[in-house]
Structure formats: C-alpha cells, structure tokens
Write a protein that binds this ligand. Sequence first.
Ligand SMILES: O=C(O)CCC(=O)C(=O)O
Ligand SMILES: [Fe+2]
Length: 284
Amino acid sequence: MDNNIQDYLFDLQGYLVLENAISSADLHEMNQWIDAHESYVKEPWSTDGEPKKKGRWIGHIETHTYNEENGVNFQSIIEGGPVFERLIDHPAWIDLVKKYIHSSANGLSIHENFLNVRGPGGYLHIHCGGHVPLSYLTFRQNNTGEWMVGQINVLMALNDIGEGDGPPVLIPGSHKCTEIHPRLEVDGRGLIYDSVSGKPAGTAIAMQEMYLKAGDVLLFTDAITHGSAERTNPGYRRTIVYRYSPKYVRERFNYQISEELLRRLTPERRAIIEPNAPRRPPSA
Ligand SMILES: O=C(O)CCC(=O)C(=O)O
Ligand SMILES: [Fe+2]
C-alpha cells in the first residue's frame, strides 16, 4: 500500500491490516510448536499442592492468563526458537513500527510478547480508548503533530479467524475519542479495562469484528478501544501478540532473557530485546 495512504489510514482508524505478512513455512513451524505443547493448553496451570494456580514453565516460557476466559498465554514466546525470533524485526511490519513509535527519538523495545490459544467460550473484555491517561497510550506529539505512538500491538493470526472464532474487535478511530465508551463508564469515570460487566468486548456498541486469514497481521495502537468477541465455534484460536514501545517502556513482567537467546540474537534484534545492556562493575 502507498505510504501516504497507510499513514492516513493508521492516523484515522488507529489500526492497519497487513495481509499475508507471515510466510506459510513460518506459520507451519509455529503451529507445530503449539501442537507439540497441546498438553499445556489442556492443563495450563500447576498448583504444587497450594490453592493458588501457578503458571507452568517450558524452558524460559511461562503459561499465563489475565483472566481465565482469555485462554492461555505463552509468555516470552521469543524464547521458543528461531521462528519466534524472526518476528522481532519482521520485515512486514518493523519499518511501520519504527516510524510510528518514532524510534529515531524514542528507541524501540518490546513491552510484552506472547502466544495465545483460546477455546470455546473464550473472549476479552473491552479496554482502552482515547479517555485513558496511560503514559504509553500517546499517539502524536501534541505541538508538532509528529508520530509518537506509545504502544503498537502486532497481533498475528496463526489460523483463520472468522465469524464465531472469537475475532479481535475494535472501534475504528476511538484512540482519538474523548467521550468514554458507555461500557467503560462507571459513576461518570472512565475505566481502562471493563472489570464489571462480565460481557465479551464483541457485544459492546460500535465494535467491529476484525476477521483475519492465517498469516495476516492486525497492527493497532493500544489506545484504541478494543478486546475480542466470544469464541462460539469449536476448536482454538491461535494468535501471537508482540507489543512494541519506546525503549523507555519497561518489559511488562520483567521476564529475564536467557543467556542462550541473548547470544543468539542478531545485533538488530538484541537492540530491541535489550535496549540498555546491564551495567555492572568489572568484578560482578
Ligand atoms: O485477543 C484479542 O483478540 C485482542 C488482544 C488484545 O487486546 C491486545 O493484544 O491488546
Ligand atoms: Fe488489548
């Protein structure tokens, strides 16, 4: 797509769809990784005899969820092998991400990276919007109008996501909306995340379902009002999300990157994963 058209649409809508962004060979490899870890999808949590459920570890990858209906997140999936490393600076989106985050001024980092598997009944609640005072939900520099997007989510479809598959949903343009979405308004105040209605984001007013083919990518500002519809079909939705931010935004859960991965990363990828190398005295 012409760059000017792409910039216009990203500014206007707050999202872009990049069709056929991921090769079928890479898709196959990632789907094989999921197939090989099916037991973690069926049995995501361990208790170790304690009442509280805990994530399970696969090397440096941990199973996690925000709410159980979201399905299973395999956090720090960049540790899962070369195919996941290639996504760090994937040519289909890295230049767009750099432009919109304005990486020449802000640097670049990944705030969170995970693979999500979501089955029947799974969904996300509505969250975010132009009313939210979160530091990383910036979009433009107010005085000059230059790009200054605080967080870009790159959501990759690993299988086809259509009607009933629990597609991502969003409200085009809502990153600029000053009114609070009615479902995020409680006693006249705006929530970041709907923790009250118990309803899937897909049922909220003005939501648009985003259907994707395997290999398509939904690139969106985290400031947009979004979530996902309920999965009503059998089977599992498979996605990956890499959230890019200025280097000043810290890694969300502070997962420590393994030495093996750090050694293996190309300089370009390492600069994104570890934008500030640790400084220690020579003896430490
Ligand atoms: O899982 C989805 O469809 C939406 C994911 C989401 O909310 C996000 O990546 O920020
Ligand atoms: Fe989100």
